[in-house]
Ligand binder design. Structure first.
Ligand code: ASP
Length: 325
């Protein structure tokens, strides 16, 4: 059994041609910081739940990724954030959706898991729960960045009826080089963030957090906070966090399907994840990626897009970060 933390910062159509070497370094450095946060928890004998919380917290704080600060905009130019967490040791879980004042949605999801008799809170009630439990609240403008707003305006101009996944706007960016956009900040990248971990006690955990998809309708909720779709963990099988076209991940119950295949058919993590990522999801047009780890510390990071911001780290070893295939 080998403890490990694995993270993603979203998948999509990012291509090498649109990314300068400097920009690439910025992303690698950010992913490394995130991994180090999770790695140090694991190295000190901390739990998988603490490791995924620490990693997702870092990702939420980093405006490069579509969770917490830097979240995408809805069609009304607002933010609606979703997050979830699950403890594979106990099957306890917590999730929140449709919030716009909680600085770190993953901490609210964790509070729900640990301090509530319920599992899933949405909207105003979720915010009240977070406030009552002393979590840091912010004005919605805290989440806004000029890049994301430019992204919304571009999507509304070019494809007004589409809700667009965060990193996938690569094509748009390339076709309109003069567009006022950070070259890494593609409109069709699926910028959700997530982490999965195995700790030295043999416990698995997963967490997922997102701003959703650009130009989504107000009230829309994706897979990220849906347990079994965008997040799942059970010590019996695996821990999973996803990124991509949330509607398809919900319809395929993607995260749980990986665990179920392992449990019911004895499939390996790799085989189960590949079947979901490359057969089931594409069969209904699902695009994106996922990360998953099993109880032995084997992990996978498959995606069916051009790239996925991702990385892994084991205690005492150099973190590894990757963007493309
Ligand atoms: N899965 C997320 C959602 O549908 C989007 C993403 O991965 O960026 O809300």
């Amino acid at each position: 059994m080998k403890p490990v933390i694995v993270i993603h910062g979203g998948a999509g159509a990012m291509s090498r041609s649109a990314m300068s070497a400097d920009k690439e370094l910025v992303y690698h450095a950010a992913l490394r910081r995130v991994l180090e946060a999770g790695q140090s928890v694991l190295a000190q004998g901390g739990t998988a739940v603490d490791a995924v919380t620490a990693a997702v917290l870092e990702l939420e704080e980093c405006p490069l990724f579509n969770a917490g600060r830097g979240a995408v905009f809805t069609s009304d130019s607002t933010h609606e954030l979703d997050a979830s967490i699950m403890d594979g040791a106990t099957l306890r879980t917590g999730a929140i959706a449709n919030v716009s004042h909680i600085r770190n949605p993953v901490l609210a999801a964790r509070k729900v898991m640990e301090a509530s008799r319920h599992v899933f809170f949405v909207g105003e009630g979720a915010e009240r729960f977070a406030r009552d439990h002393g979590l840091q609240m912010v004005e919605p403008s805290y989440f806004s960045t000029p890049e994301r707003h430019a992204q919304l305006l571009r999507v509304q101009r070019d494809t007004p009826d589409a809700a667009v996944l965060d990193h996938d706007g690569q094509a748009l960016v390339e076709s309109q080089p003069a567009a006022p956009v950070h070259p890494l900040d593609m409109d069709k990248k699926f910028g959700t963030v997530g982490a999965v971990a195995l700790d030295m006690h043999g416990n698995l955990a997963a967490a997922t957090s997102t701003g959703g998809i650009t130009n989504k309708q107000v009230g829309r909720v994706g897979d990220a906070p849906i347990i079994g779709a965008g997040c799942y963990a059970s010590n019996q099988t695996c821990a999973v966090s996803t990124t991509g076209t949330g509607e398809m991940y919900i319809r395929m119950v993607a995260a749980y399907d990986i665990a179920a295949r392992m449990r019911y058919t004895g499939a390996s993590l790799q085989a189960a994840a590949d079947a979901v990522m490359f057969e089931e999801l594409p069969s209904i047009g699902g695009k994106g990626g996922l990360i998953a780890v099993d109880g032995q510390g084997n992990f996978v990071m498959p995606f069916n897009t051009e790239g996925m911001y991702r990385g892994f780290a084991r205690p005492g070893q150099e973190p590894v970060t990757e963007i493309y295939r």
